[in-house]
Design a binder for this molecule. Sequence first.
Ligand SMILES: Cc1ncc(COP(=O)(O)O)c(C=O)c1O
Length: 457
Amino acid sequence: MTTQDLLTDAQNRAFNYISEAPNRRVFPTDRALDDLAALDEHLPEAGTDAADTLALLDRIGSPATVVSNGPNYYGFVVGGTLPVAQAADWLTSAWDQSATVPLAAPSAHAIETIAGRWVLDVLDLPRDAITNFGTTSGASAISYLAAARGRLLGRAGWNVERDGMNGAPRLRVILSERIHVTVIKALRLLGFGQDQLVRAPVDSSGRVDPARLPTMDHRTILCLQAGEVNTGEFDPFDRLVPRAKAAGAWVHVDGAFGLWARATQARKHLTKGIEGADSWTVDGHKWLNTPYDGAIAICRDSEALYAAMNADASYAPSNIDAPANKGLEFSRRARGIPIWAALRTLGRNGIDDMMSRHCDLARQLASELRANDFEILNSVQLNQVLARLDSDDKTRVLIEAAVGTGKVWFGPSSWEGRAAFRISITNWQTREEHIRELVGVLKAAKARVDDEVTVSR
Ligand SMILES: Cc1ncc(COP(=O)(O)O)c(C=O)c1O
């Protein structure tokens, strides 16, 4: 098989998969999962035919996917992939550029520079901030919290890049009680023990309560969030950030999906005051519907970031602002390119339209569920609906029954110690008809749960 035939075959298979996604079973059948055993071969001594490898991958791998790249997937606040982002990603793979060193990847560097500028523009964050395209929000938090650590220790007369953490002055890290686990992981890796972290109490919606915010000073890192993972709520930045800045603290914001609210006219106000922070992380692979793994890290303090992340090497002469000096990887793909393609193709209005539609659909879903005796646990300001039935057992059985139809997928969660489920409307293809179908599935599952409980009494 020629290279062209192989790539055309891959393209056809991918196209079939994507075009069937809206009608595919969302969670795979047991049979498809069992069939994965067919991949468990010994490593071949002699090579195998490339066409055969691709055919095997598609025959066994495709049916065992959870169809998150389709309109009926409501899990984990992750969208699918916009066609243009998919196409740009393919071309990027064909180029095979290592985007961290501009000398070796001029077009990737130019495009990521533009994409970074556009991200700051669409999110209305300081235009002179530094951007980098990391794998994930979690990994990006490591680099940007390292910058925070270096800046605060530097002010205390300690050079952490040179002298390390042993014997360093103590920093105080305050974080939302409901901060995402990846921020805690980043802090752990940077030498901040889990038990040293100071939790900022939250209100019943999961927002940091300004009245109970622990004291801050010039050795404090304050971690806040835009978009609580269950409720989609925002910390009250306008009441927290000015206080932190007045105390000389560094403010880091995890906005993995919620930072995109700034790209919508109707919901930008939810993030008021966020622009005063020092660093932010947001994912393209969630709400912007670009492929994994495409996160964007944004930092106001270029000097602290370059000091923390510098990776200049004699054989890889680099600009100070080369991606290798702004993030974790010394080599990486040009993952800013599909983000650039999505931003250019949707434009400011297209991004607003897609995200506002998701938020409107979430409201519609919540009101239909409320009318059918589901309890809605959040105020549904964004694209998340957090719900439960009147007992934990019923909620768990309902999730199993709904997901078991194969028509939709969403995940379990817990809220204030009780079972709940979370529906995230994030996929570019999801429209009103899909929400109608989802409501139908949930109503039928609830009727079954109610019947089972009546019979078992
Ligand atoms: C609020 C929030 N923060 C952080 C993350 C972690 O993002 P990533 O998987 O890109 O590291 C997530 C992922 O679900 C999230 O929802």
